[in-house]
Write a protein that binds this ligand. Structure first.
Ligand code: 5RP
Length: 244
């Protein structure tokens, strides 16, 4: 189940499209308009989120008063470099807003996240936010999820047992590696990337995955999106999602 190098970090390699970077940037620009003075804002992780964080940094330099809650060490470092004030999640009640990217989003706004390895903290922030804005380039929009492998964060000592269970379920797990050793999350866990293509009932799948002892969290984000901002060919499409 192991592969020597599993690179899930470079969206351009996954979907080589000339406009991808521009689309990410446009979606990110549109998302920072949701940030108002005094807000506590959850900061996502990844290349699209990075565009958003850089734009927030400029706004803060120009007088915007806001506090960020980072979804990863990588994001925390960038925000600090840019002078964005940060606070830990347990010092705030709820986030006013969470802005993040996604690896795939389907027609029902279900998402796969965690390509950048930050799925656990990302889901904690999204869950504890009053409002979630997702920013993507057009390559992320799919009819049904599963071309991208679903990341699972797992406890290292249990990972072989989890792999056995996942193989039995036909989900073909791959242990994520970086520079020839196991990739470690910010929580020091491993990631198994599984194949969920063709799975019809995502809610049921998510429940079954979380029932395996050793699985800490899945990158399936079901029912989290309030606004989707999709960059497409020099413009953005903004969709407000009714989540009742
Ligand atoms: C990180 C994530 C990212 O949101 C996802 O991987 C998208 O990244 P990018 O904006 O670089 O395409 O879930 O854990």
């Amino acid at each position: 189940y192991e592969c020597s190098q599993f690179n899930t970090f470079n969206a351009k390699e996954r979907y080589p499209m000339p406009n991808t970077e521009k689309e990410k940037q446009l979606a990110a620009e549109a998302s920072v308009k949701f940030v108002k003075d005094g807000m506590v804002v959850g900061l996502g992780t990844g290349s699209t989120a990075e565009f958003m964080i850089r734009q927030l940094g400029e706004k803060v330099a120009n007088g915007l008063s806001m506090t960020g809650v980072p979804s990863s060490e990588r994001t925390a470092n960038l925000a600090q470099e840019l002078g964005i004030p940060l606070t830990p999640l347990d010092k705030v009640d709820k986030l006013d807003l969470y802005i993040d990217g996604a690896d795939e989003i389907d027609a029902q706004f279900n998402m796969i996240k965690g390509g950048g390895g930050a799925l656990l903290r990302e889901k904690i922030l999204a869950y504890n936010s009053k409002f979630n804005v997702i920013i993507v380039d057009s390559s992320k929009k799919v009819e049904s999820l599963g071309k991208f492998r679903l990341p699972l964060e797992v406890i290292p000592l249990a990972h072989k047992k989890v792999v056995d269970q996942l193989i039995q379920l036909g989900l073909n797990p791959i242990l994520r590696k970086l520079d020839n050793s196991e990739y470690r999350t910010d929580e020091n866990n491993f990631i198994l990337d599984i194949n969920i293509s063709g799975q019809k009932n995502l809610k049921d799948l998510n429940t079954r995955l979380l029932e395996i002892p050793g699985v800490v969290e899945t990158g399936l984000f079901l029912d989290y999106v309030n606004v989707l901002i999709l960059g497409r060919a020099g413009d953005v499409e903004v969709t407000h999602v009714n989540r009742n």
